[in-house]
Design a protein around this ligand. Sequence first.
Ligand code: NAD
Length: 357
Amino acid sequence: MAHHPDHPPSPSPVTVHETLSARVLIGTGSRHTVPGECARLGARRVLLVSTPSAARIADELADALGPVLAARFDRPAVHTPVEVTAEALRLAERAGADSVVALGGGSAIGLAKALSVRTGIPQIAVPTTYAGSEATPVLGETENGVKTTRRAPGIAPGTIVYDPEPTLTLPPGLTLTSALNALAHAVEALWAPDANPLSDALASEAADGLLATLPLVLGEPTHPGHRARLQTSAWLAGLCLAGTSMGLHHRLAHALGGTYDLPHAPLHALLLPHVMAFNLPSAPRAATRLVRATGGADPVAAVAGLARSHDGPTTLAALGAPREGLRTIAERVAAALPPHPRPVGADSLTRLLEEAF
Ligand code: NAD
Protein backbone atom coordinates (compact mmCIF):
# COMPACT_ATOMS: atom_id res chain seq x y z
CA MET A 1 0.00 0.00 0.00
CA ALA A 2 1.22 3.53 -0.72
CA HIS A 3 2.36 5.54 2.28
CA HIS A 4 -0.15 7.81 3.98
CA PRO A 5 -0.15 11.12 2.12
CA ASP A 6 0.16 13.13 5.37
CA HIS A 7 3.31 11.26 6.38
CA PRO A 8 6.78 10.52 5.08
CA PRO A 9 7.15 6.96 3.72
CA SER A 10 7.23 4.51 6.59
CA PRO A 11 9.88 1.80 6.70
CA SER A 12 7.12 -0.85 6.73
CA PRO A 13 4.74 -0.80 3.76
CA VAL A 14 2.24 -3.07 5.52
CA THR A 15 -0.87 -1.60 7.15
CA VAL A 16 -2.36 -3.65 9.96
CA HIS A 17 -5.96 -3.25 11.04
CA GLU A 18 -7.43 -5.32 13.87
CA THR A 19 -11.18 -5.37 14.32
CA LEU A 20 -12.66 -5.80 17.78
CA SER A 21 -15.60 -8.06 18.15
CA ALA A 22 -18.56 -6.32 19.78
CA ARG A 23 -22.33 -6.55 19.68
CA VAL A 24 -23.66 -2.99 19.38
CA LEU A 25 -27.32 -2.12 19.95
CA ILE A 26 -28.38 1.35 18.81
CA GLY A 27 -31.66 3.18 19.22
CA THR A 28 -33.98 5.13 21.45
CA GLY A 29 -35.05 2.91 24.33
CA SER A 30 -32.34 0.33 23.58
CA ARG A 31 -31.36 0.38 27.29
CA HIS A 32 -34.45 -1.74 27.87
CA THR A 33 -32.65 -4.58 26.04
CA VAL A 34 -30.03 -4.81 28.81
CA PRO A 35 -31.80 -7.53 30.86
CA GLY A 36 -32.21 -9.60 27.68
CA GLU A 37 -28.57 -9.01 26.76
CA CYS A 38 -27.56 -10.19 30.25
CA ALA A 39 -29.60 -13.34 29.72
CA ARG A 40 -27.95 -13.82 26.35
CA LEU A 41 -24.57 -13.85 28.12
CA GLY A 42 -25.92 -16.40 30.59
CA ALA A 43 -25.53 -13.85 33.41
CA ARG A 44 -27.38 -14.63 36.65
CA ARG A 45 -25.54 -12.29 39.09
CA VAL A 46 -25.14 -8.83 37.56
CA LEU A 47 -23.10 -6.05 39.14
CA LEU A 48 -24.46 -2.66 38.06
CA VAL A 49 -21.86 0.13 38.02
CA SER A 50 -23.29 3.60 37.49
CA THR A 51 -22.56 7.27 38.13
CA PRO A 52 -24.83 9.32 40.41
CA SER A 53 -25.77 11.38 37.31
CA ALA A 54 -27.41 8.24 35.89
CA ALA A 55 -29.20 7.33 39.14
CA ARG A 56 -32.73 7.46 37.74
CA ILE A 57 -31.94 5.24 34.78
CA ALA A 58 -29.85 2.96 36.99
CA ASP A 59 -32.82 2.53 39.36
CA GLU A 60 -35.05 1.69 36.42
CA LEU A 61 -32.50 -0.83 35.13
CA ALA A 62 -32.09 -2.34 38.60
CA ASP A 63 -35.88 -2.89 38.74
CA ALA A 64 -35.89 -4.46 35.29
CA LEU A 65 -33.04 -6.82 36.23
CA GLY A 66 -34.99 -7.99 39.28
CA PRO A 67 -33.43 -11.04 40.96
CA VAL A 68 -30.57 -11.10 38.43
CA LEU A 69 -29.17 -7.91 40.02
CA ALA A 70 -26.52 -9.04 42.53
CA ALA A 71 -25.11 -5.66 43.63
CA ARG A 72 -24.76 -2.00 42.75
CA PHE A 73 -21.74 0.29 42.89
CA ASP A 74 -22.31 4.00 42.29
CA ARG A 75 -18.98 5.69 43.02
CA PRO A 76 -16.74 5.22 39.95
CA ALA A 77 -14.07 7.93 39.73
CA VAL A 78 -12.29 9.63 36.89
CA HIS A 79 -9.03 7.95 35.69
CA THR A 80 -9.99 4.64 37.39
CA PRO A 81 -8.06 4.84 40.68
CA VAL A 82 -6.99 1.35 41.78
CA GLU A 83 -8.38 1.90 45.33
CA VAL A 84 -11.86 2.42 43.91
CA THR A 85 -11.45 -0.68 41.75
CA ALA A 86 -10.37 -2.69 44.80
CA GLU A 87 -13.50 -1.61 46.67
CA ALA A 88 -15.78 -2.50 43.75
CA LEU A 89 -13.92 -5.80 43.33
CA ARG A 90 -14.62 -6.75 46.97
CA LEU A 91 -18.29 -5.99 46.38
CA ALA A 92 -18.31 -8.05 43.16
CA GLU A 93 -16.70 -11.00 44.97
CA ARG A 94 -19.07 -10.82 47.96
CA ALA A 95 -22.02 -10.68 45.58
CA GLY A 96 -20.71 -13.52 43.39
CA ALA A 97 -21.01 -11.27 40.30
CA ASP A 98 -20.72 -13.11 36.99
CA SER A 99 -21.07 -10.02 34.77
CA VAL A 100 -20.95 -6.23 34.96
CA VAL A 101 -23.14 -3.57 33.40
CA ALA A 102 -21.68 -0.04 33.24
CA LEU A 103 -24.06 2.88 32.95
CA GLY A 104 -22.38 6.29 32.73
CA GLY A 105 -19.45 8.09 31.15
CA GLY A 106 -15.86 7.00 30.74
CA SER A 107 -15.42 6.72 34.51
CA ALA A 108 -18.13 4.04 34.92
CA ILE A 109 -17.00 2.23 31.78
CA GLY A 110 -13.35 2.35 32.90
CA LEU A 111 -14.29 0.75 36.22
CA ALA A 112 -16.19 -2.05 34.49
CA LYS A 113 -13.14 -2.68 32.26
CA ALA A 114 -10.90 -2.77 35.34
CA LEU A 115 -13.21 -5.29 37.04
CA SER A 116 -13.52 -7.43 33.92
CA VAL A 117 -9.76 -7.53 33.35
CA ARG A 118 -9.23 -8.76 36.93
CA THR A 119 -12.02 -11.34 36.98
CA GLY A 120 -12.76 -12.27 33.38
CA ILE A 121 -16.47 -11.44 33.76
CA PRO A 122 -18.19 -10.08 30.61
CA GLN A 123 -19.27 -6.44 30.34
CA ILE A 124 -22.19 -4.54 28.89
CA ALA A 125 -21.58 -0.79 28.46
CA VAL A 126 -24.37 1.79 28.30
CA PRO A 127 -22.52 5.09 27.68
CA THR A 128 -24.01 8.44 28.70
CA THR A 129 -21.22 10.68 27.34
CA TYR A 130 -19.27 10.85 24.08
CA ALA A 131 -15.82 9.86 25.40
CA GLY A 132 -15.79 6.59 23.43
CA SER A 133 -14.09 4.35 25.98
CA GLU A 134 -16.69 1.60 25.43
CA ALA A 135 -15.36 1.10 21.88
CA THR A 136 -11.71 0.66 22.86
CA PRO A 137 -9.53 -2.17 24.19
CA VAL A 138 -7.69 0.37 26.36
CA LEU A 139 -7.75 0.79 30.13
CA GLY A 140 -6.11 3.72 31.92
CA GLU A 141 -5.68 3.36 35.68
CA THR A 142 -4.14 5.55 38.36
CA GLU A 143 -2.13 4.44 41.34
CA ASN A 144 -0.38 6.92 43.68
CA GLY A 145 -1.12 9.67 41.18
CA VAL A 146 0.57 7.86 38.28
CA LYS A 147 -1.58 6.90 35.31
CA THR A 148 -0.70 3.78 33.35
CA THR A 149 -2.47 2.51 30.27
CA ARG A 150 -2.78 -1.00 28.97
CA ARG A 151 -4.30 -2.42 25.80
CA ALA A 152 -5.63 -5.93 25.18
CA PRO A 153 -8.56 -7.11 23.04
CA GLY A 154 -10.29 -8.61 26.12
CA ILE A 155 -10.53 -5.19 27.80
CA ALA A 156 -13.20 -3.91 25.41
CA PRO A 157 -16.83 -4.53 26.41
CA GLY A 158 -18.42 -7.28 24.30
CA THR A 159 -21.79 -5.54 24.27
CA ILE A 160 -22.48 -1.82 23.83
CA VAL A 161 -25.92 -0.26 24.09
CA TYR A 162 -26.25 3.20 22.54
CA ASP A 163 -29.49 4.74 23.76
CA PRO A 164 -29.69 8.52 23.26
CA GLU A 165 -32.22 9.00 26.08
CA PRO A 166 -29.71 8.77 28.96
CA THR A 167 -27.67 11.50 27.21
CA LEU A 168 -30.54 14.02 27.21
CA THR A 169 -29.57 15.15 30.72
CA LEU A 170 -25.95 15.87 29.82
CA PRO A 171 -25.63 19.65 30.43
CA PRO A 172 -24.50 21.84 27.50
CA GLY A 173 -21.01 22.40 28.93
CA LEU A 174 -20.35 18.66 29.35
CA THR A 175 -22.02 17.91 26.01
CA LEU A 176 -19.68 20.36 24.32
CA THR A 177 -16.44 19.19 25.90
CA SER A 178 -17.32 15.50 25.62
CA ALA A 179 -18.24 15.80 21.92
CA LEU A 180 -14.98 17.68 21.26
CA ASN A 181 -13.16 14.89 23.10
CA ALA A 182 -14.75 12.55 20.53
CA LEU A 183 -13.82 14.87 17.67
CA ALA A 184 -10.19 14.75 18.82
CA HIS A 185 -10.17 10.95 18.29
CA ALA A 186 -11.42 11.42 14.71
CA VAL A 187 -9.06 14.29 13.90
CA GLU A 188 -6.02 12.39 15.13
CA ALA A 189 -7.07 9.29 13.19
CA LEU A 190 -7.02 11.39 9.99
CA TRP A 191 -3.33 12.22 10.40
CA ALA A 192 -2.28 9.01 12.16
CA PRO A 193 0.77 7.20 10.77
CA ASP A 194 -1.26 3.97 10.65
CA ALA A 195 -4.37 5.52 9.09
CA ASN A 196 -6.01 3.13 6.64
CA PRO A 197 -9.05 3.23 4.37
CA LEU A 198 -11.34 2.03 7.17
CA SER A 199 -10.10 4.54 9.74
CA ASP A 200 -10.32 7.34 7.15
CA ALA A 201 -13.95 6.43 6.48
CA LEU A 202 -14.79 6.19 10.18
CA ALA A 203 -12.99 9.42 11.04
CA SER A 204 -14.57 11.39 8.19
CA GLU A 205 -18.07 10.21 9.06
CA ALA A 206 -17.43 10.85 12.77
CA ALA A 207 -16.14 14.38 12.12
CA ASP A 208 -19.06 15.14 9.77
CA GLY A 209 -21.60 13.96 12.33
CA LEU A 210 -19.99 15.62 15.35
CA LEU A 211 -19.43 18.99 13.67
CA ALA A 212 -22.86 19.08 12.02
CA THR A 213 -24.81 17.90 15.06
CA LEU A 214 -23.04 19.47 18.03
CA PRO A 215 -24.39 23.00 17.35
CA LEU A 216 -27.89 21.53 16.89
CA VAL A 217 -27.68 19.64 20.20
CA LEU A 218 -26.33 22.70 22.01
CA GLY A 219 -29.28 24.69 20.64
CA GLU A 220 -31.82 22.03 21.60
CA PRO A 221 -30.21 19.68 24.17
CA THR A 222 -33.21 17.38 24.57
CA HIS A 223 -33.85 16.74 20.86
CA PRO A 224 -33.60 12.93 20.68
CA GLY A 225 -32.76 12.81 16.96
CA HIS A 226 -29.83 15.21 17.23
CA ARG A 227 -28.61 13.43 20.37
CA ALA A 228 -28.82 10.10 18.55
CA ARG A 229 -26.65 11.27 15.66
CA LEU A 230 -24.14 12.84 18.04
CA GLN A 231 -23.95 9.56 19.94
CA THR A 232 -23.42 7.35 16.90
CA SER A 233 -20.81 9.80 15.59
CA ALA A 234 -19.04 9.51 18.94
CA TRP A 235 -19.15 5.71 18.55
CA LEU A 236 -17.31 6.00 15.22
CA ALA A 237 -14.83 8.36 16.87
CA GLY A 238 -14.31 5.76 19.61
CA LEU A 239 -13.54 3.19 16.91
CA CYS A 240 -10.91 5.61 15.56
CA LEU A 241 -9.37 5.76 19.03
CA ALA A 242 -9.39 1.95 19.16
CA GLY A 243 -7.98 1.37 15.68
CA THR A 244 -5.30 4.01 15.03
CA SER A 245 -2.35 5.46 16.94
CA MET A 246 -3.26 8.68 18.64
CA GLY A 247 -0.66 11.42 18.27
CA LEU A 248 0.28 14.85 19.56
CA HIS A 249 -3.14 15.86 20.86
CA HIS A 250 -3.68 12.75 23.00
CA ARG A 251 -0.04 12.76 24.17
CA LEU A 252 -0.36 16.34 25.36
CA ALA A 253 -3.73 15.68 27.01
CA HIS A 254 -2.37 12.56 28.72
CA ALA A 255 0.77 14.32 29.97
CA LEU A 256 -1.02 17.46 31.17
CA GLY A 257 -4.06 15.65 32.57
CA GLY A 258 -1.98 13.03 34.35
CA THR A 259 0.58 15.47 35.78
CA TYR A 260 -1.82 18.17 36.96
CA ASP A 261 -5.02 16.17 37.42
CA LEU A 262 -6.95 18.34 34.94
CA PRO A 263 -10.54 17.50 33.91
CA HIS A 264 -10.49 15.03 30.99
CA ALA A 265 -13.05 16.32 28.48
CA PRO A 266 -12.50 20.09 29.04
CA LEU A 267 -8.75 19.59 28.56
CA HIS A 268 -9.34 17.82 25.23
CA ALA A 269 -11.77 20.54 24.12
CA LEU A 270 -9.31 23.28 24.96
CA LEU A 271 -6.27 21.69 23.30
CA LEU A 272 -7.90 20.48 20.09
CA PRO A 273 -8.01 23.76 18.09
CA HIS A 274 -4.41 24.55 19.11
CA VAL A 275 -3.14 21.17 17.93
CA MET A 276 -5.21 21.43 14.73
CA ALA A 277 -3.72 24.87 14.00
CA PHE A 278 -0.26 23.39 14.56
CA ASN A 279 -0.69 20.26 12.44
CA LEU A 280 -3.21 20.89 9.66
CA PRO A 281 -0.88 22.97 7.43
CA SER A 282 1.34 19.85 7.29
CA ALA A 283 -1.55 17.41 6.96
CA PRO A 284 -3.34 18.53 3.78
CA ARG A 285 -5.43 15.41 3.38
CA ALA A 286 -6.77 15.62 6.92
CA ALA A 287 -7.36 19.35 6.36
CA THR A 288 -9.37 18.68 3.19
CA ARG A 289 -11.62 16.21 4.97
CA LEU A 290 -12.15 18.57 7.91
CA VAL A 291 -12.97 21.51 5.62
CA ARG A 292 -15.60 19.25 4.07
CA ALA A 293 -16.92 18.36 7.54
CA THR A 294 -17.28 22.03 8.49
CA GLY A 295 -19.18 22.77 5.28
CA GLY A 296 -16.30 24.69 3.70
CA ALA A 297 -15.30 26.77 6.74
CA ASP A 298 -11.86 26.94 8.33
CA PRO A 299 -11.87 23.88 10.63
CA VAL A 300 -9.57 25.50 13.22
CA ALA A 301 -11.81 28.56 13.54
CA ALA A 302 -14.93 26.36 13.62
CA VAL A 303 -13.60 24.14 16.39
CA ALA A 304 -12.11 27.08 18.34
CA GLY A 305 -15.48 28.86 18.15
CA LEU A 306 -17.33 25.79 19.38
CA ALA A 307 -14.79 25.18 22.14
CA ARG A 308 -15.31 28.69 23.51
CA SER A 309 -19.11 28.51 23.44
CA HIS A 310 -21.33 27.42 26.34
CA ASP A 311 -18.78 28.23 29.05
CA GLY A 312 -16.21 25.98 27.39
CA PRO A 313 -12.70 26.20 28.82
CA THR A 314 -10.74 29.13 27.41
CA THR A 315 -7.22 28.68 28.78
CA LEU A 316 -4.95 26.04 30.27
CA ALA A 317 -4.45 28.46 33.16
CA ALA A 318 -8.19 28.37 33.91
CA LEU A 319 -8.12 24.55 33.95
CA GLY A 320 -5.38 24.67 36.58
CA ALA A 321 -2.11 23.95 34.74
CA PRO A 322 0.91 25.88 36.08
CA ARG A 323 2.84 27.90 33.48
CA GLU A 324 6.23 26.79 34.83
CA GLY A 325 5.38 23.15 34.06
CA LEU A 326 4.69 23.66 30.35
CA ARG A 327 8.30 23.36 29.16
CA THR A 328 8.78 20.02 30.94
CA ILE A 329 5.55 18.67 29.44
CA ALA A 330 6.65 19.85 25.97
CA GLU A 331 10.04 18.18 26.35
CA ARG A 332 8.53 14.93 27.57
CA VAL A 333 5.97 14.76 24.75
CA ALA A 334 8.42 15.84 22.02
CA ALA A 335 10.90 13.15 23.10
CA ALA A 336 8.41 10.30 22.73
CA LEU A 337 6.22 11.30 19.79
CA PRO A 338 5.46 8.68 17.14
CA PRO A 339 5.72 9.59 13.40
CA HIS A 340 3.91 12.86 12.98
CA PRO A 341 2.87 15.05 10.01
CA ARG A 342 4.87 18.04 11.21
CA PRO A 343 8.33 17.95 12.81
CA VAL A 344 7.88 18.58 16.52
CA GLY A 345 10.46 19.93 18.93
CA ALA A 346 10.33 21.01 22.55
CA ASP A 347 10.47 24.68 21.48
CA SER A 348 7.54 24.53 19.07
CA LEU A 349 5.49 22.51 21.59
CA THR A 350 6.26 24.96 24.37
CA ARG A 351 4.97 27.74 22.10
CA LEU A 352 1.79 25.73 21.41
CA LEU A 353 1.21 25.21 25.14
CA GLU A 354 1.94 28.85 25.97
CA GLU A 355 -0.69 29.89 23.46
CA ALA A 356 -3.17 27.51 25.05
CA PHE A 357 -2.16 28.86 28.45
P1 NAD B 1 -17.04 10.94 33.36
O1 NAD B 1 -17.52 9.57 33.15
O2 NAD B 1 -16.12 11.18 34.51
O3 NAD B 1 -18.29 11.90 33.46
C1 NAD B 1 -18.09 13.32 33.57
C2 NAD B 1 -19.21 13.93 34.38
O4 NAD B 1 -20.42 13.87 33.64
C3 NAD B 1 -19.49 13.22 35.69
O5 NAD B 1 -19.72 14.17 36.68
C4 NAD B 1 -20.76 12.42 35.39
O6 NAD B 1 -21.49 12.17 36.55
C5 NAD B 1 -21.47 13.34 34.43
N1 NAD B 1 -22.38 12.68 33.50
C6 NAD B 1 -22.10 11.63 32.70
N2 NAD B 1 -23.15 11.33 31.93
C7 NAD B 1 -24.14 12.22 32.25
C8 NAD B 1 -25.46 12.44 31.76
N3 NAD B 1 -25.96 11.72 30.76
N4 NAD B 1 -26.18 13.42 32.32
C9 NAD B 1 -25.64 14.21 33.29
N5 NAD B 1 -24.40 14.07 33.77
C10 NAD B 1 -23.64 13.08 33.25
O7 NAD B 1 -16.29 11.57 32.09
P2 NAD B 1 -16.01 11.08 30.60
O8 NAD B 1 -15.45 12.28 29.94
O9 NAD B 1 -17.16 10.38 30.00
O10 NAD B 1 -14.87 10.00 30.81
C11 NAD B 1 -13.60 10.38 31.26
C12 NAD B 1 -12.85 9.16 31.74
O11 NAD B 1 -12.87 8.16 30.76
C13 NAD B 1 -11.40 9.45 32.02
O12 NAD B 1 -10.99 8.67 33.11
C14 NAD B 1 -10.72 9.01 30.76
O13 NAD B 1 -9.38 8.68 30.95
C15 NAD B 1 -11.55 7.81 30.38
N6 NAD B 1 -11.52 7.50 28.95
C16 NAD B 1 -10.97 6.33 28.58
C17 NAD B 1 -10.93 5.97 27.25
C18 NAD B 1 -10.33 4.66 26.84
O14 NAD B 1 -10.35 4.30 25.68
N7 NAD B 1 -9.80 3.90 27.75
C19 NAD B 1 -11.47 6.82 26.28
C20 NAD B 1 -12.04 8.01 26.68
C21 NAD B 1 -12.07 8.35 28.03
